[in-house]
Design a protein around this ligand. Structure first.
Ligand SMILES: [Zn+2]
Length: 159
C-alpha cells in the first residue's frame, strides 16, 4: 500500500538571523525568521510525511506557541515525524523537494543536506532529491524578503 504526501513552507528572511536549510547552517547575511530554527526545507518534508498519512500539519504537532519548540533544531522535528510514520508501519520510498530563494547559491550544500535527511529518514542518499530555483527576481523571494520550499514523499506500508 502506497501513500503520497505533499508539504510546503515559507519563512521571512531578516538580517542577523541564522540561515538553516536542510539541516545545514548556510553562511549568509540574512537568516530565516521563525519560532524554531525556521528550516524551510525540513518543515516542508515534515508536512509531506504528516500529510501522507493524513496526520495533520506541522503546526498541529509543534505549536509555535509552545516554548518547548523555541529555536528547536528542526532535525528533531523531522525525526519526530519519521517516528510517527514508522510507528504506523510505513517506510519511505523517496523524497523529492525544491527550495526557492534568490540568494545565496545553496546547491553546494545539497550533498550535506541529503546525507543528513537520509540518515534521519532511514533511506539511501539516492532516495532524497533536493533541487533549488529562484523566482527570477519576482515577488517576495525575488526581493529576498523570504524563501519557500516544496516536498513530496512516497510511503509504502511494510509487509
Ligand atoms: Zn517552517
Amino acid at each position: 500500500m502506497y501513500r503520497i504526501g505533499f508539504g510546503i513552507d515559507f519563512h521571512q528572511l531578516q538580517e542577523g538571523r541564522d540561515l538553516w536549510i536542510g539541516g545545514v547552517k548556510i553562511p549568509h547575511h540574512k537568516g530565516a525568521v521563525g519560532h524554531s530554527d525556521a528550516d524551510v526545507l525540513l518543515h516542508a518534508i515534515c508536512d509531506a510525511l504528516l500529510g501522507a498519512l493524513a496526520l495533520g500539519d506541522i503546526g498541529v504537532h509543534f505549536p509555535n506557541t509552545d516554548k518547548a519548540y523555541k529555536n528547536i533544531d528542526s532535525k528533531i522535528l523531522l525525526k519526530h515525524c519519521y517516528n510517527l510514520i514508522a510507528e504506523k508501519g510505513y517506510a519511505i520510498i523517496n523524497v523529492d523537494s525544491s527550495i526557492c530563494l534568490e540568494t545565496p547559491k545553496i546547491m553546494k550544500y545539497a550533498p550535506e543536506m541529503i546525507s543528513l535527511i537520509a540518515g534521519i529518514l532511514q533511506v539511501a542518499v539516492s532516495d532524497i532529491s533536493i533541487k533549488a530555483t529562484t523566482t527570477e527576481k519576482m515577488g517576495f523571494a525575488g526581493r529576498e524578503e523570504g524563501l519557500f520550499a516544496y516536498a513530496n514523499v512516497l510511503l509504502q506500508k511494510r509487509s
